[in-house]
Write a protein that binds this ligand. Structure first.
Ligand code: SF4
Length: 65
Protein backbone atom coordinates (compact mmCIF):
# COMPACT_ATOMS: atom_id res chain seq x y z
CA UNK A 1 0.00 0.00 0.00
CA UNK A 2 1.10 3.51 -0.70
CA UNK A 3 0.20 6.59 1.25
CA UNK A 4 0.08 10.33 0.90
CA UNK A 5 1.55 12.64 3.55
CA UNK A 6 -0.11 15.86 4.61
CA UNK A 7 1.27 18.43 7.02
CA UNK A 8 -1.03 20.43 9.28
CA UNK A 9 0.73 23.77 9.57
CA UNK A 10 -1.63 24.71 12.39
CA UNK A 11 0.08 22.04 14.47
CA UNK A 12 3.65 22.15 13.14
CA UNK A 13 6.06 23.78 15.56
CA UNK A 14 9.15 23.54 13.39
CA UNK A 15 11.07 20.99 15.41
CA UNK A 16 12.57 19.72 12.19
CA UNK A 17 12.52 16.03 12.94
CA UNK A 18 10.56 15.24 9.80
CA UNK A 19 12.90 16.94 7.36
CA UNK A 20 15.88 15.42 9.13
CA UNK A 21 14.62 11.88 8.56
CA UNK A 22 12.90 12.51 5.19
CA UNK A 23 14.81 15.24 3.34
CA UNK A 24 13.73 13.66 0.05
CA UNK A 25 10.09 14.54 0.84
CA UNK A 26 10.05 17.43 3.30
CA UNK A 27 11.92 20.72 3.51
CA UNK A 28 11.74 23.69 5.86
CA UNK A 29 10.27 27.07 5.03
CA UNK A 30 11.84 30.34 6.18
CA UNK A 31 10.38 29.85 9.66
CA UNK A 32 11.47 26.24 9.96
CA UNK A 33 8.00 24.85 9.38
CA UNK A 34 7.65 21.70 7.33
CA UNK A 35 6.87 21.88 3.61
CA UNK A 36 6.19 18.85 1.46
CA UNK A 37 8.40 18.90 -1.61
CA UNK A 38 6.77 15.93 -3.29
CA UNK A 39 3.15 14.94 -3.87
CA UNK A 40 4.20 11.43 -4.83
CA UNK A 41 2.71 8.70 -2.63
CA UNK A 42 5.24 6.80 -0.56
CA UNK A 43 5.33 3.29 0.83
CA UNK A 44 2.85 3.14 3.73
CA UNK A 45 5.37 1.95 6.30
CA UNK A 46 7.70 4.78 5.42
CA UNK A 47 4.84 7.28 5.64
CA UNK A 48 3.92 6.02 9.12
CA UNK A 49 7.56 6.20 10.21
CA UNK A 50 7.73 9.84 9.11
CA UNK A 51 4.41 10.73 10.73
CA UNK A 52 5.46 9.01 13.93
CA UNK A 53 8.55 11.19 14.28
CA UNK A 54 6.47 14.34 14.75
CA UNK A 55 5.90 15.20 18.42
CA UNK A 56 3.06 17.54 17.46
CA UNK A 57 1.10 14.94 15.44
CA UNK A 58 1.18 17.41 12.57
CA UNK A 59 1.83 14.82 9.87
CA UNK A 60 -1.18 12.96 8.57
CA UNK A 61 -1.10 9.82 6.49
CA UNK A 62 -3.82 9.15 3.94
CA UNK A 63 -4.18 6.06 1.83
CA UNK A 64 -3.16 6.95 -1.71
CA UNK A 65 -5.73 6.46 -4.47
S1 SF4 B 1 8.45 17.11 12.99
FE1 SF4 B 1 6.33 17.89 13.08
S2 SF4 B 1 6.46 19.81 14.22
FE2 SF4 B 1 8.53 19.27 13.54
S3 SF4 B 1 8.83 20.35 11.58
FE3 SF4 B 1 8.08 18.29 11.12
S4 SF4 B 1 5.82 18.52 10.98
FE4 SF4 B 1 6.62 20.32 12.04
Amino acid sequence: MRAQLRIDLGLCQGHGRCYEIAPELIDADDEGLAVLTSDEPVEAGRAKEIAGCCPEFAIEVEEAR
